[in-house]
Design a protein around this ligand. Structure first.
Ligand code: DHB
Length: 391
């Protein structure tokens, strides 16, 4: 098989890239190790930055998002005895939208299927070859057990942190940075109306807690737990009790309404960046190049920003053999990647319980600063609501 652009990975980054390329008149083929059902059921964060929403709308993916997405002006930031609302619209003129990554992936899956996109699901043994030449190719075994070879002008790794693309870049040509955190999140989905109008990010001596949501009838909640936590030790009752304590049930008349938990999982937290995001004819986008801890919900938004830069770069490369944008891709994308890497690290380390008493005082000092300084709040708001594509 031959295609201008071979895309490894059919998560939101790979699917959106194939969509943007199609709009630019460039064909692509996508290969994915999982099934479409699996990819579309993966529960991930649910906050879209303004520029993500704008891009999805401008490219014809905004119908259900406009009907079912919920625009939010800001967040609550709280610690015992204090809750502060940060209004992003007042602070920086931008908002965010609550719409699950799962829904974005389903919308993309539907649009790509309708457009006749070639996607090979449930492939095995994917490998990329000859990326330092102008004839790179991808090999894999398809779902029927047939060995396939996909020749391309460019290969794009949208295959997450465990896929083959990141590691295909030779050690001598790359640099990596990593930070692990001494805690994880216990995330739950519950069939209960959210107890709050805006997301609550709560610092608490027992550990961080967050109240998010997916719709008027579904809540998404998180608790800081130690690494290696066995989910079996967290009964539904224990989870609701911890959430009530950490989120401040009963304070100033606020109550947390519990409900049936439909999903429970433990999520590790990590920061990771690999650069450059291009080696020869191999380009990396999304989690294949960078991982952020979930606090601040940047993962999907960063992946969208990557492919928004990459699509015009690949279109120029394939159609006109013009490498200007392709040459600029890694440097431009990494500016935003490092900004979001810092922001996610900052939100994470400001809000999670630390055993070091000095750290705790610094955390509370930062929270007090945000409560008292409009400049502080504007900085958080600018990063949270998202910087423009190409920042
Ligand atoms: C969600 C996840 C986040 O990490 C975050 O900062 C906000 C919301 C979510 O899953 O809804």
């Amino acid at each position: 098989m031959r295609t201008p652009v071979a895309i490894v990975g059919a998560g939101p980054a790979g699917l959106l890239l194939s969509h943007l390329l199609d709009l630019a008149g460039v064909e692509s083929v996508v290969v994915e190790t999982r099934s479409r059902e699996y990819v579309e059921a993966r529960i991930r964060a649910g906050i879209l930055e303004q520029s993500t929403v704008d891009l999805l709308r401008e490219t014809g993916l905004g119908d259900r998002l406009d009907r079912e997405g919920d625009e939010h002006r800001g967040i609550y930031l709280q610690w015992p005895e204090e809750r502060h609302h940060l209004d992003f619209v007042d602070l920086v003129g931008r908002s965010v939208t609550v719409y699950g990554q799962t829904e974005v992936t389903k919308d993309l899956g539907k649009a790509r299927a309708a457009a006749g996109q070639q996607i090979h699901y449930e492939v095995t043994g994917t490998a990329v070859h000859d990326i330092e030449t102008d004839r790179p190719y991808v090999t894999f075994t398809d779902a029927d057990g047939v060995q396939q070879r996909l020749d391309a002008d460019a290969v794009v790794g949208c295959d997450g942190s465990f896929g083959p693309c990141r590691t295909a870049i030779p050690d001598a040509a790359k640099q990596t940075w990593e930070r692990t955190y001494p805690y994880s999140w216990l995330g739950v989905l519950a069939d209960v109306a959210p107890s709050t109008d805006e997301l609550i990010y709560a610092w608490h001596p027992d550990g961080f807690a967050m109240h998010s949501m997916r719709s008027a009838t579904v809540s998404r909640l998180y608790l800081q737990v130690p690494n290696g936590t066995d989910i079996g030790t967290w009964s539904d009752e224990r989870i609701w009790e911890a959430l009530a304590t950490r989120l401040g049930h009963g304070q100033d008349g606020w109550t947390l309404t519990p409900g049936p938990i439909t999903d429970k999982s433990v999520l590790p937290m990590r920061s990771f960046v690999q650069q450059p995001m291009r080696h020869g004819r191999l380009f990396l986008a999304g989690d294949a190049a960078h991982i952020v801890p979930p606090t601040g919900a940047k993962g999907l938004n960063l992946a969208v920003a990557d492919v928004a830069l990459l699509a015009p770069a690949l279109a120029a490369l394939v159609r006109d053999k013009d490498f200007t944008l392709a040459d600029a891709y890694s440097g431009t994308a990494l500016r935003r990647v490092w900004r979001c890497t810092h922001f996610s690290w900052w939100m994470t380390t400001m809000l999670h319980r630390s055993d070091d008493p000095f750290d705790r005082q610094l955390q509370l000092s930062q929270l007090q600063w945000l409560a008292r300084s409009e400049a502080g709040r504007a900085g958080l708001a600018e990063n949270y609501a998202g910087l423009p594509i190409g920042f």
